[in-house]
Design a protein around this ligand. Structure first.
Ligand SMILES: [Zn+2]
Length: 475
């Protein structure tokens, strides 16, 4: 199976070939663990999970490395402002370790709820300070660093193809930019490799280094840790599109300057989740880390929506297209997922069949076409209605496709199983009331369930409840 993937470096879709036959080294930039992830952040991780599953389906053995940023990520990209971790710890009256562990665990829980599989290697920035210092030492040896009062900087003017990933117009930047810039920087694109601790204030996290006490710049950890776990050259590096111009550009600069050769073969970037434009002339906005636009997996669950509906929502768009979030369209996906559950629940009763090769290959062809998941999903939905296949074969085919989609087909039961705990309790109490012929109480409980958006069906086995379907459909 030939997999074709878009490469941000070449701006083209090319046939994917790894460095070592059959094996893929994959690095994905992980979370900065100072706050919950919002669903816009999580869209990127769903995209990367699908990429990994498609590569595995194509027969590659994937080694996946993801970092956890627990130091050095400053509030501003201009090497100024507070450290996000230190700021969050101070605000919550906790230690940095407590903050990092808490939000990392929360992130892993979000991953589980979205069926996003964990990487083979998790690596924390604070566990790899020595590797980061070693990388700076190499850069210093090769003449790519200079020192200012507040830290050691990378001299981007010394690297002739600096900015190639983003196709930065460096001359334009130099002429135009007097943006927020650390005093003494030779070029606005120069960035901190090592920041010194302030003289007047004790930092919560700091380390000794050949240049003075301080902490590593944020871009350094991904370069240093991917070198350690994936080697001097590897296949695919992913992240959100917001990383192209600065973070990934600087990761490339550090490694290629230190080692003097090309580094990553494939750069892949997931587009933003955006919020609808306000008013006729408004523009869509990116989901932000604060304010009313901050939607997390917990807020999805609080509305009674299965988190996997959000995974389905993401699969409905191509990863390189911006995706507009509304609660209505997420609700539509929840309904589609509910219907899928009911259908799969019926199909699986007919026992084991075998997957249809024709449908499977149509499906994989769409996946291998730069992860065209909307097209792959259309094949998937088509199988549900495919009269030419036996019921058992339909189930087997869906199951095979779900190795990529990750919608949890294997554990799907008819809808009852997905009621939330409170609704389940109401259903149980209603059944008890009916048994003791307390119909007034049974009716009251029925009304309460209706008010919560459930429809009821009385069956010989007791009450069956399912979520009322909303009108919008995305299945
Ligand atoms: Zn990174």
């Amino acid at each position: 199976m030939v997999v074709r993937l878009h490469n941000t470096m070449t701006r083209s879709i090319d046939e994917f070939e790894p460095i070592d036959r059959g094996k893929v080294g994959l690095y994905t930039c992980g979370p900065t663990v100072y706050q919950y992830a919002h669903i816009g952040n999580l869209r990127t991780y769903v995209f990367e999970d699908v990429l990994k599953r498609v590569l595995e389906e194509a027969g590659f053995e994937v080694r996946h490395v993801m970092n956890v940023t627990d130091v050095g990520h400053l509030v501003s990209d201009a090497d100024t402002g507070d450290d996000k971790m230190e700021k969050s710890a101070a605000k919550q009256g906790k230690t940095i370790r407590e903050i990092a562990d808490f939000y990392w665990e929360a992130f892993r829980k979000d991953m589980r709820l979205l069926n996003v599989r964990e990487p083979d290697v998790w690596c924390k920035a604070t566990d790899h300070i020595a590797e980061q210092i070693e990388l700076i030492r190499r850069l210093e040896e090769r003449g790519f660093t200079y020192r200012l009062d507040d830290g050691l900087y990378f001299d981007t003017l010394k690297l002739k193809d600096y900015g190639k990933l983003a196709r930065l117009d460096r001359d334009g930047l130099l002429a135009g930019a007097r943006i927020e810039m650390v005093e003494g920087k030779k070029s606005p694109t120069d960035f901190a490799l090592w920041k010194f601790s302030p003289k007047d204030k004790q930092r919560l996290m700091e380390w000794e280094s050949p240049w003075g006490t301080g902490f590593p710049g944020w871009h350094l950890e991904c370069s240093a840790m991917s070198l350690r776990y994936l080697g001097e050259r590897f296949d695919i590096h992913c992240g959100g599109v917001d990383h192209i111009a600065i973070h990934h550009t600087n990761e490339i600069a550090q490694v290629e300057a230190a080692y003097g050769h090309d580094w990553v073969r494939w750069w892949m970037h997931g587009e933003f989740l955006v919020l609808p434009a306000k008013g006729e002339e408004g523009e869509t906005t990116k989901m932000a880390k604060s304010g009313e636009n901050f939607v997390t997996i917990s807020s999805v669950i609080d509305r009674g929506i299965d988190p996997l509906a959000y995974r389905l929502f993401c699969l409905n768009a191509h990863y390189r297209a911006p995706l507009t979030f509304t609660w209505e369209s997420l609700g539509g996906c929840a309904n589609a997922l509910g219907r899928l559950r009911n259908r799969v629940g019926e199909l699986r009763k007919k026992g084991a069949g075998s997957p249809s090769e024709k449908h499977r290959s149509d499906f994989l062809e769409a996946c291998a076409d730069d992860l065209n998941m909307p097209r792959a999903l259309a094949v998937f939905w088509g199988v549900l209605r495919e009269e030419a296949l036996s019921v058992a074969d339909r189930y087997a085919t869906l199951l095979a496709m779900d190795r990529v989609l990750g919608l949890g087909v294997e554990s799907m039961e008819e809808e009852k199983a997905s009621l939330d705990a409170e609704a389940e309790d109401l259903v149980r109490r209603r059944d008890e009331a009916r048994k003791r012929r307390d119909f007034a109480e049974a009716d009251r409980l029925r009304d309460e369930l209706l008010a919560r958006g459930y429809v009821l069906e009385d069956t010989p086995g007791g009450t069956r409840a399912r979520r009322k379907e909303r009108e919008i459909d995305c299945g």
